[in-house]
Design a protein around this ligand. Structure first.
Ligand code: COA
Length: 415
């Protein structure tokens, strides 16, 4: 038994944001029917191709646990099939450019006529307002959502992060909206619209920087490195490099081997509660009682000196030795793990967070499994479908078309 067993998803998503959402619902047991244009499919199938003729990793890693149905929704027969699908599904998810669903003839009003219990879930780049009509990709959202202006170093340009907070982040937000709407439907009997804008999703994840924007009115942000460096603050939240961003100062520090390995670094947090342990570890026991260093407030203007001294110590150890020494003392540290190290980490394989999947066109590859673990809903990661692999099956089993009806649908060019 899986948590979302019995929930049927009409998946009109493409690229990354929407597919992230529907893949999660599939991991939780929903029947996800991915609708793709005949002969074309999700554009990512053929983007960033590494194995000629095979679906790309871009596609396969975002579309596990789904069935693929090809359907031309602009063809009259295709529209009829889609109407029947809307009647049979619980949730319709889409991340088309603004207005595309309406232009297909499937307005919210029409969808409700076809199925009043339908939850219609949409991702757009922006919410209502001046930019509502814009097409948006990941980095546009990172910039417009406030993340880029607060990422990077003070003396450099804005920086986007490798974590796909605009696409995958908004997909996660949408998934929560969908299950919440399904929960409400249990009581109301009605579907509803669920919308998640990528700008909003990014801003939600960058919320701490809006906090700091408002704190600026009360004076300089003393936990930012620039405070100790005597650099004045402007009128907006600055880029803060690798500063921790919270009340416990932290930095990325070099470890043994950094000259050869550009991931030989550790994150090191000078948590106030374990300051004395830190002093002992780095060979500065006198800092424990010295009033210049003993309290968090006294330390704030001296973060460069403090982290410089800690780094002299971390440079004598590998990032894993730092972890082994600091963890028993409750000092929060974290090695900078490369993607190579992560892909080889046995504990991530053991928990199903990294999974090896076999694919008929490309052979074995690694993917990220379900990052959310439910004790009563085990996840079996199934390979992504080939384009149209389940068209016949869906027409027959879900919609109940007979063989001759299916022949007519095929002849019409709808699938
Ligand atoms: N049958 C027939 N037509 C189909 C179809 C199908 N099965 N599936 C899609 N189409 C049509 C759409 O109706 C649309 O036609 P229209 O322009 O005549 O209305 C057309 O294909 C293109 O769809 P669209 O979503 O506009 O794709 P795009 O490649 O032009 O834009 C994005 C891609 C991602 C920029 C855009 O979809 C977008 O802004 N989405 C919302 C934000 C988002 O999710 N961005 C992140 C993506 S990771």
């Amino acid at each position: 038994m899986k948590a979302l067993e019995g929930v049927r998803i009409l998946d009109f998503t493409h690229v990354q944001s929407g597919p992230t959402c529907t893949q999660l619902l599939g991991f939780f047991g929903a029947d996800v029917i991915k609708v793709e244009r005949p002969g074309v499919g999700d554009a990512t199938r053929k983007q960033l191709v590494d194995v000629e003729g095979a679906d790309s990793l871009y596609f396969t890693m975002l579309n596990h646990n789904k069935r693929s149905l090809t359907l031309n929704t602009k063809n009259e027969t295709g529209k009829e099939v889609l109407e029947r699908l809307i009647g049979e599904c619980d949730v319709m998810v889409e991340n088309f450019a603004p207005g595309a669903l309406d232009r297909m003839g499937f307005t919210w009003e029409r969808i409700q006529e076809l199925n009043p219990r339908m939850v219609l879930a949409s991702i757009k780049g922006f919410g209502p307002g001046p930019y509502a009509e814009c097409k948006v990709y990941e980095n546009v959202a990172q910039c417009a959502g406030g993340a880029a202006s607060t990422t990077g170093f003070l003396d450099g340009p804005p920086v986007v992060t490798g974590a796909q907070i605009g696409d995958s982040g908004t997909g996660l937000h949408l998934a929560l909206g969908i299950v919440t709407a399904l929960y409400q439907r249990e009581k109301s009997g009605k579907g509803q619209m669920v919308s998640a804008a990528m700008q909003d999703g990014v801003l939600n994840l960058t919320r701490v920087k809006l906090r700091d924007q408002q704190r600026l009115a009360a004076g300089p942000l003393t936990e930012y490195s620039q405070y100790g460096e005597g650099i004045p603050f402007g009128d907006s939240t600055p880029r803060a490099g690798n500063d921790s961003g919270g009340g416990q100062p932290g930095r990325i520090l070099k470890c043994k081997g950094w000259e050869q390995d550009n991931n030989a670094y550790t994150y090191f947090i000078t948590q106030a509660a374990v300051w004395k342990n830190i002093c002992d570890v780095i060979g500065k026991p006198e800092w424990k009682e010295d009033e210049e260093f003993a309290t968090p407030v006294a330390r704030l203007p001296k973060l460069n000196q403090i982290f410089g001294t800690i780094e002299e110590w971390t440079m004598t150890k590998t990032k894993f030795e730092v972890m082994d020494i600091c963890n028993p003392l409750n000092i929060p540290v974290g090695p900078i793990l490369s993607m190579k190290e992560i892909s080889e980490e046995p504990s991530l394989r053991d928990t199903g967070t990294i999974v090896e999947v076999d694919h008929p066109e490309r052979g074995k590859y690694l993917t990220v499994g379900c990052p959310i673990k439910l004790s009563d809903s085990p996840v079996d990661v199934e390979r992504s479908p080939l384009l149209g692999e389940h068209t016949q099956e869906v027409l027959q089993d879900v919609l109940g078309y007979s063989s001759s009806e299916i022949e007519k649908i095929v002849a019409s060019g709808a699938v």
